[in-house]
Design a protein. Structure first.
Length: 229
């Protein structure tokens, strides 16, 4: 109960361009997801993934069975499932981008809802520094990978083994959280162990723009191949 009473929230900022792109991409992702699902219901599992099944069965009565159509069908089924899961993940992230964008602060941790990353919990022990940052000090890809199309109200969260880039117009809320973090004197992984962000370097490929874009393109290529099968 005391943890809930100490909670306050900070509204995170998004530009109009971001909201527009999120709305368009969310509509496309929802359409693609529903279309694939309806296609499965309308055509049927066997006819969609194993159209050669009946012909192979008939041919097997007079000659040895060829397993290639079955293997191809299994591969396409796996691609279909992965595509639907990827689309579902896109829908969740885009919905957060449209309707989330909050930072909830509790006594010992924070809950950040800010696409493209969903951190359900970031302990205050892991946040080492919060500082305002100017767009001139940021690379284009660094800002774009955090979906920050706006150039104002930017804050860099230096955590134990990673860095987050967030935007907020709530100066009072950010100042309150910054003072709380400064009083804790938390150390980064490099300061504590002498390593150069070892864990962050191993995991960072999950979060960079190029990896996300590559996964997105790959999933949709598989889906397009399925439609033209």
């Amino acid at each position: 109960m005391n943890r809930l009473k100490s909670c306050y929230k900070i509204r995170l900022y998004r530009s109009r361009l971001f909201y527009f792109l999120c709305a368009v991409l969310l509509a496309l992702a929802c359409f693609h997801f529903v279309y694939n699902f309806c296609l499965l219901i309308r055509v049927g599992f066997d006819d969609l993934f194993f159209p050669e099944k009946q012909s192979v069965y008939a041919a097997s009565e007079t000659q040895p069975t060829d397993n290639m159509p079955f293997i191809t069908g299994v591969i396409i089924v796996i691609g279909y499932v992965l595509t639907q899961l990827e689309l579902l993940g896109e829908i969740v992230l885009l919905a957060i981008g449209l309707f989330g964008n909050r930072l909830y602060v509790y006594q010992d941790d924070t809950r950040i809802f800010f696409a493209p990353r969903l951190f359900s919990r970031v302990s205050k022990r892991d946040i080492c520094k919060i500082e305002p940052v100017s767009v001139e000090n940021l690379g284009f890809w660094e800002r774009l990978s955090s979906f920050n199309f706006g150039k104002k109200y930017l804050y860099r969260f230096t955590c134990y083994d990673t860095v987050l880039l967030l935007s907020s117009k709530d100066e009072a809320g950010m100042a309150r959280l910054t003072a709380d973090i400064c009083a804790r004197c938390n150390k980064t992984e490099e300061e504590e162990t002498g390593t150069n962000n070892a864990l962050g370097e191993k995991m960072s490929w999950f979060f960079i723009w190029e990896s996300q874009l590559g996964c997105w393109i790959g999933a949709h290529v598989v889906s397009v191949l399925l439609l033209f099968k």
